[in-house]
Design a protein around this ligand. Sequence first.
Ligand SMILES: Cc1cc2nc3c(=O)[nH]c(=O)nc-3n(C[C@H](O)[C@H](O)[C@H](O)COP(=O)(O)O)c2cc1C
Length: 194
Amino acid sequence: MQFDELLKSRYSCRHFSIVNGKPEKISLDKLIEICNAARLTPMAGNIYSIKLILVTDREKIIKLAQASMQSWVANAYAIIVVCTDGKQTRIAYGKDAERYLPQQAGAAIQNMLLKATELGIGSCWVGAFYEEKVKEILGIPDDIKVEAMVVLGMPTKNKLKKRLLKQKPKPELRNILYFDKWKGKRYKEKVPGA
Ligand SMILES: Cc1cc2nc3c(=O)[nH]c(=O)nc-3n(C[C@H](O)[C@H](O)[C@H](O)COP(=O)(O)O)c2cc1C
């Protein structure tokens, strides 16, 4: 898939295919490819702060759905729980680490969402959950931060639902881009290649 097409095809998928009462299977190879996309993320000082927990256990997925209070999450085939171990980054950068660490997690998450899209797998970034509950379910220690869950499943085959599941409209570039200073000149032309 071309890069622009990939960017435009990604959307938050919250309706997953269920086969014989279970979420449609995704091969381990594909799940590993998605995790590997997080490994390729830039990190301040090349100090890698992210740890991933790949969850495919049904009972745990149901518990994670409860911890996020989002019932659709229970229909996921897999959830990648993205954690930050910030110790080394804090040693290297002190206070600045607090800015770097969530940025790094976000970059890793977006890499994984794009890789999932390329593989035809539905994905959604989930940031709303009770962190303490997630930690308890997965045995995550106190000094580790749970950043997000990347919820994965095969997109529903229901055509009507599929049509509703397009990426949300995005702002015009002229509304988010200034030239040279805050509220500076705006871009009024047609975006090249768009
Ligand atoms: C930091 C962050 C947290 C999010 N948390 C949730 C969430 O808890 N539940 C959910 O359904 N979607 C969540 N989303 C997905 C957004 O709702 C979604 O990206 C947005 O509506 C735009 O839709 P799109 O992803 O289809 O372009 C989150 C996205 C981000 C970036």
